[in-house]
Every structure is written in structure tokens, then in C-alpha cells.
Design a protein around this ligand. Structure first.
Ligand code: AMP
Ligand code: GLY
Length: 451
């Protein structure tokens, strides 16, 4: 098989490297790709959101399959456009990708089919939204833009002033364009968060190994929200018992609900869950592989990814026996100093070999490019995801951080505490003492919070 992968971040690098392991796969192409991906796939300078450009590229390359990884092209209908030209695809069509593309759609779906999620109301005018916030008078208030907003469309307002400001910015000032003309205000939930990616062909749903993201920029879960600063898999809060409950109450009902709506979902459906004291609830659905969750999930997969993609396209996922490796996988994201706000690009990265790797780790490139003389340069906020597998979480973390210490560039930033919360899961199953534990950890390791 020749496969074209659409996207150009760490997630796509992990997909490309897994496909490269497959005896079925001959050539791998990627658009747009990045510096690191270009060592494993032939890259083409076509943007991941350029539907016409990608269709034209596919017509030129004639791949046996096109896998579309990022949210925007899926929501915009790239899979529909490729299928219309006769290409085999991996990823949902637009009418199913809406499960991520519209929070109002996903909340209404969950309400209609009794899938557990936070209670909510939808607003299209700021006056009613503010009136509702004042009546509820409950903080933090969770305010979400309806549509895609580059992962920034969720505000946890700590008080009325912040909540009112968020409502004005979203509805009146259209901070996220059309995406925030409608908003959802929902109940604030607490508990450990778990990411569960799943493969589904609309008939069968196969959850992948669970994972835990670390969304805040700084150690101790301080600082701004980011796309994700690191991940571990499996997520120790997600016990077999919770997994069984989620299968019955969330995963299967979601697949069935989408079928009942005439919106069969085929591809990777991502369940963002919160394990609340009242049971597991859906925080969000994504219509695609998570980033950086994919970087820790795919290295643990013991089945041929290309075979899974084919089986999903042919609606015979139920015939496959998908296996996982034992042990743990950890990914530490190395970012540009200043991320997620402003940061320079084009800084030379030292410590990587000529394939962009270091010994003993998988280095997934998120934002790199190659200079004319073949050096790796930074080219984004999140730059690398340094990933290791081992029999224990502690050992995988030790290896990831060891590899991180051998890579550098000017003003590099990464979190020092990826996985620390997961290491405490046995003694603190609800994650209640995380903050205190973090302070002890930071004190004893001499790691200070950076501003
Ligand atoms: P989302 O983009 O929907 O995943 O939201 C981003 C982050 O906001 C989540 O990972 C949670 O940490 C937090 N969040 C979203 N919804 C809620 C909620 N209802 N209660 C508490 N935290 C939430
Ligand atoms: N890491 C969260 C996401 O991919 O949306």
C-alpha cells in the first residue's frame, strides 16, 4: 500500500512512523509534514486545510489510502471530497466530524441519547447568557465556543467578572469568529481526566490504551492552557472497572447514537472523559487522534496500523484482534520558550542525529523544519515530543527525561513533572492531593515554576 497522511505535527509523525513499521506499507507521503516527518515520508507543501490542493495531490500520487488526521479538514469535508474522487480514506466524513465541530451538536446528542455529560445551556445572545450566569452564581463557570477554536475555545471563569468578559468576547466580539457566535455554558465537573481514543467503523468500537494529557504550560498544572505538554499511557486512574462502565454507558451508546442520526462515524473517535464522584462523564469528543495522546498510544499498539485502517474502511473492524504491549509510554513535549503566546522560530536544535532522533527514544517532531544545509530548526510552539516505552511508568519517564536532557536550543521550555500525577494514582485515586504532592516534589527536586 502507498499511504498519504494529511497533517504536519507530532501526531502525524507518530502515525507515519507506525505505518512505516507495517510490512503492508510501501510508500508513505505526507502533506504538509515537517522536518522530522520528511525523514520517514515524502512531504509535499500542501496545507492540511486545502481540500482542493489535497485532492489534486492525491490524484497525482494515486495512493491506496489517504488518512486525514487534523480536525479542521475533517470538519470541512476533506474525506467526503476524497471519497467523491474514489479514494479510500481513514477519518470521518463531515456529517460525523461535527461531533467535534459543534459543541452544541455533541451536547444535544448526549442529552438525547442519555450519555453522561455536564449539564448545560446554549446561548446566542450575551444578555441571556449573562442573566443565566448571574442566576446560577456558581464558579468556576465553564464557557465554551460552539465551533473549532484551535483548542482555545474553553474558558473556566473563576468569578462573575471573568465570565461576563468571556461571554462578551465570544458572542459580541466574535473572538473565535463564527465559532463563538453560539456558546455552551455548562456545569463545572471535577475528577481525574482521561483520554480514550478508539477505532470504530460504525459497527464495532475498539478503545485504544488510555492516556493522560498535561494541558497547562507550567509545572504543577500552572500557567496557560496549551495543546498539551506531555502524555502518559496507560492512565492509571482508568481502571478495568471504569473502562467496562465507559464501554456500556458512553462508547457503544455514542456509536449507536451517531448511526441513529444517520451520521455513522468511521475513523478515530476520541473520548475526553472526567472521572467524577458521580461516575465517568464526557467532557468532549474529538473526531480524530489526539495530539500528544497519539504519541504515547501508537507506540503501545501491537497490531499493524495499516491493517486497522483498511479494516475500518471495509467495515470489518470486528474481525481484527487488536493487541497492546504491556508497560508504559511517556511523551515529554519540548516547546519554544514563550509558547503558547509568542515565540521565535528558526532556532537550531542540537542533539538530534541525522534522522532527527536520539538513541533510546522516539522523537516525534511537532514543529521543525530542515535548513538548506540539513540542520533541524524550530518551526512552531510545540517542537518535539520525546517518547519512551518501558515496563514501568517510572522507567519510561526516566528514559524520556534522559533523552530530553540531550536535546537543546535557545530558551527551550518543557515541564519537569510529566507523569508525576500518574505516579500518585495508587495512593490518591481521586487526584485530590495532587497540588500538595506537586509542591513536595518540586521542593525535593529543586525544580522551580518558571514564569
Ligand atoms: P475541552 O476543549 O472541551 O477539552 O476543554 C478543555 C479543558 O477544560 C478540559 O480538558 C478540562 O480540563 C476543562 N473542562 C472542560 N469542560 C469542563 C467542565 N465541564 N468542568 C470542568 N472542567 C472542564
Ligand atoms: N490533546 C488534546 C487534543 O488533541 O485535543
Amino acid at each position: 500500500m502507498d499511504i498519504l497522511v494529511i497533517g504536519g505535527g507530532g501526531r502525524e509523525h507518530a502515525i507515519v512512523m507506525k505505518l512505516a513499521d507495517s510490512p503492508k506499507v510501501d510508500k508513505i507521503y505526507c502533506a504538509p509534514g515537517n522536518g522530522g516527518i520528511s525523514k520517514y515520508a515524502e512531504c509535499f507543501d500542501v496545507s492540511a486545510t486545502d481540500i482542493e490542493g489535497v485532492v489534486a495531490l492525491a490524484e497525482r500520487l494515486k495512493p491506496d489510502m489517504v488518512a486525514v488526521a487534523p480536525d479542521d479538514p475533517l470538519v470541512l469535508g476533506m474525506v467526503d471530497a476524497l471519497q467523491a474522487k474514489g479514494f479510500k480514506t481513514f477519518g470521518p466524513r463531515a456529517n460525523a466530524a461535527i461531533i467535534e465541530g459543534s459543541k452544541v451538536f455533541s451536547k444535544e446528542l448526549m442529552k438525547k441519547y442519555g450519555i453522561p455529560t455536564a449539564a448545560y445551556e446554549v446561548f446566542t445572545d450575551s444578555e441571556s447568557a449573562i442573566k443565566y450566569l448571574k442566576e446560577q452564581n456558581s464558579y468556576p463557570a465553564v464557557i465554551k465556543a460552539d465551533g473549532l477554536a484551535l483548542g482555545k475555545g474553553v474558558i473556566l471563569a473563576q468569578n462573575e467578572e471573568e465570565a461576563v468578559q468571556a461571554v462578551h468576547e465570544m458572542i459580541d466580539e466574535l473572538k473565535f469568529g463564527k465559532s463563538s457566535a453560539r456558546i455552551v455554558i455548562e456545569e463545572y465537573l471535577t475528577g481525574p481526566e482521561v483520554s480514550v481514543l478508539s477505532f470504530t467503523d460504525g459497527k464495532t468500537v475498539v478503545p485504544m490504551i488510555s492516556s493522560m494529557d498535561h494541558k497547562r504550560a507550567l509545572d504543577g498544572d500552572e500557567g496557560l492552557n496549551t495543546g498539551g505538554m506531555g502524555t502518559v499511557a496507560p492512565n492509571p486512574y482508568y481502571t478495568d472497572e471504569i473502562a467496562a462502565e465507559c464501554m456500556e454507558k458512553i462508547f457503544k451508546p455514542t456509536i449507536e447514537a451517531m448511526n441513529a442520526e444517520g451520521r455513522t462515524f468511521e475513523g478515530c473517535l476520541y473520548f475526553g472523559l472526567m472521572l467524577t464522584p458521580k461516575g465517568s462523564k464526557v467532557i468532549e469528543y474529538n473526531c480524530r487522534f489526539g495530539d500528544p495522546e497519539t504519541q504515547v498510544v501508537l507506540p503501545m499498539l501491537d497490531t499493524d496500523l495499516a491493517e486497522i485502517f483498511e479494516a475500518i474502511y471495509e467495515h470489518r473492524l470486528g474481525d481484527l484482534n487488536i493487541r497492546w504491549k504491556s508497560g508504559s509510554c511517556t511523551c515529554v513535549v519540548m516547546a519554544s520558550g514563550g509558547y503558547p503566546l509568542s515565540y521565535p522560530k528558526g532556532l537550531e536544535i542540537s542533539g538530534l542525529d541525522d534522522k532527527g532522533q536520539v538513541e533510546g527514544a522516539f522523537v516525534y517532531h511537532a514543529g521543525t523544519k530542515l535548513s538548506a544545509d540539513g540542520k533541524f530548526l524550530t518551526n512552531g510552539g510545540r517542537v518535539l515530543g520525546v517518547t519512551c516505552t518501558a515496563l514501568t511508568l517510572a522507567e519510561a519517564l526516566r528514559r524520556s527525561y534522559d533523552a530530553v536532557s540531550r536535546i537543546s536550543w535557545e530558551n527551550v521550555h518543557y515541564r519537569h513533572d510529566i507523569g508525576q500525577r500518574a505516579l500518585k494514582a495508587d495512593t490518591d485515586p481521586l487526584g485530590l492531593h495532587y497540588k500538595d504532592d506537586m509542591e513536595d516534589y518540586i521542593e525535593s527536586n529543586g525544580v522551580y515554576l518558571r514564569q
